[in-house]
Design a protein around this ligand. Structure first.
Ligand SMILES: Nc1ncnc2c1ncn2[C@@H]1O[C@H](COP(=O)(O)OP(=O)(O)OP(=O)(O)O)[C@@H](O)[C@H]1O
Ligand SMILES: [Mg+2]
Length: 456
């Protein structure tokens, strides 16, 4: 038995008794001298506890609140309540709220051990599942990727999900910032809503009232009091997209809300507490925005508690075939048709292209190609020019380095590829290659001498 049992009990004698009894049969014990300490320990992810034994009445945070914390953060962990005879009623309430069992003081050691054993057995499958979730962060639903940078990303998402800190997502346009923000929210098991706000899309003078709400008298035209988006995200996540566009005037107000965990509606004279996790995203370089004086440094640090950088698609070409398959399947499901094959040539071309618009560009390209395709499989010709030409030479170089071609061989393949692309037009080919026509002719003569079957 090496399960870890957390004892939350303010009475030292009772604590020692429990500890002795449980240690004598091999459990590991973690002591919390009050509810607050216990709560901190429950959220601590490195050495998660398997069972909580809590007193009902403790100074500060009481047993019922502790139970609630466990249900929220570690729903798989059973809670056993220790009650004196004065608090039996509360203990019964705690059973209704999800505690496993209560024991009335004084109790026998055997009774305690039996309860602990029952609780651990009953919760074993859930605890095992939670352990697996912690140890092997699986790809959150809908995020496709198996490359190393993506596996690192999944790990970061899992870590962020277990934590309430603010998350800053950076990455080029179309890399999946919003998708990742949703994944952080969903994997954190929060019951509240995911509320996206595009800071660039709301006019500066309305943004404050949108975010924080307003009272009835806040400004002309504001007849009715209205909660803001922060309040709408209570118990959940607010996604502050394009945070780099947040007007200077609103920045100190956001900073305050994040620091205090409280919002003040525009026109109100009091604040209300809110529990909201903020996830912010930007495709700008916020640090240089800070240096340029367009973004407050204190806000930057407040947002940047957990930084997740989402890699561009060309940093993880390994994922391109997976994404292609995913988008082909998705599109065929929407259109109710069997998924088309993708030819090897098309796949090589898609893998070689640089995708400045990242996953969004790839998704669009697949959708359009499917609309264009008339055969049984997607061909390179189903894709637009920029992808075909941008990709072919890159693919050539990729193939060249795989086959360990000499520079001369690579040059030859490259020249022949450009000739194919220009449909044999030597003038245009020479231009594209940056050489004069005579040089090109000389090279072609050499190639023909080596291989008489070549024709240009
Ligand atoms: N890894 C992925 N797996 C599956 N779909 C993805 C992945 N990454 C992005 N997508 C899809 O690509 C599209 C763009 O993603 P998203 O809107 O999250 O990008 P973004 O980083 O927020 O872009 P922008 O900076 O332009 O707002 C969405 O349709 C999203 O579902
Ligand atoms: Mg976005």
């Amino acid at each position: 038995m090496n399960e870890r049992v957390l004892i939350a009990e303010d009475d030292a004698d009772m604590r020692d008794l429990l500890q002795e009894d449980l240690e004598s049969v091999g459990y590991k014990i973690v002591i919390a001298v009050d509810g607050e300490a216990a709560r901190e320990r429950i959220k601590f992810e490195r050495e998660p506890v398997d069972l909580v034994i809590t007193d009902v009445r403790m100074p500060g945070l009481k047993g019922d609140m502790l139970l609630q914390t466990v249900r929220e953060h570690r729903a798989e962990v059973p809670v056993i309540v220790i009650t004196g005879f004065g608090t039996v009623e509360q203990a019964v309430q705690m059973i209704k709220a999800g505690a496993f069992q209560y024991l009335t003081k004084p109790f026998e050691t055997a009774e305690l051990l039996q309860a602990v054993d029952n609780a651990l057995k009953a919760s074993a499958p859930q605890r095992e599942q939670a352990r697996l979730r912690r140890e092997l962060p699986a790809a959150p639903a809908r995020i496709i990727g198996a490359s190393r940078p993506m596996r690192e990303l999944f790990e970061l998402i899992a870590r962020a999900a277990r934590n309430a800190s603010t998350v800053l997502l950076t990455g080029e346009s179309g890399t999946g910032k919003e998708l990742v923000a949703r994944a952080v929210h969903e994997s954190s098991g929060k019951r509240g809503a995911f509320v996206p706000v595009n800071c660039a899309a709301i006019p500066a003078d309305l943004l404050e009232a949108e975010l924080f709400g307003h009272t009835g008298q806040a400004f002309t035209g504001a007849r009715q009091a209205r909660p803001g988006l922060f309040e709408a995200a209570e118990g959940g996540t607010i996604f502050l997209d394009e945070i780099g566009e947040l007007p200077m005037a609103v920045q100190p107000k956001l900073l305050r809300v994040l620091q205090e965990g409280a919002v003040r509606r525009v026109g109100a004279d009091h604040e209300r507490e809110i529990k909201v996790r903020a996830v912010a995203a930007t495709n700008r370089d916020l640090e240089s925005e800070v240096r340029a004086g367009r973004f407050r440094e204190d806000l930057y640090w407040r947002l940047n508690v957990i930084h997740i950088r989402i890699p561009s698609l060309r940093e993880r070409r390994f994922d391109i075939p997976l994404l292609v398959e995913h988008f082909v399947t998705k599109a065929s499901e929407t259109s109710n048709l069997p998924p088309l094959e993708v030819t090897t040539e098309a796949l090589a071309m898609l893998t070689a292209y640089d995708w400045p618009g990242n996953v969004r560009e790839l998704e669009n390209a697949i959708e359009r190609a499917l609309a264009m395709a008339d055969g049984a499989a997607l061909q390179p010709s189903d894709f637009p020019e920029r992808i075909r030409t941008g990709g072919a030479t890159a693919a050539l170089i990729a193939r060249g380095s795989e086959r360990r071609l000499t520079l001369r061989e690579l040059e030859r393949e490259y020249i022949l590829e450009i000739l194919r692309e220009t449909s044999g037009n030597k003038l245009r080919a020479a231009e594209a290659l940056g050489v004069d026509r005579k040089t090109l002719y000389r090279k072609l003569d050499e190639y023909r001498a080596e291989d008489p079957t070549l024709s240009f």
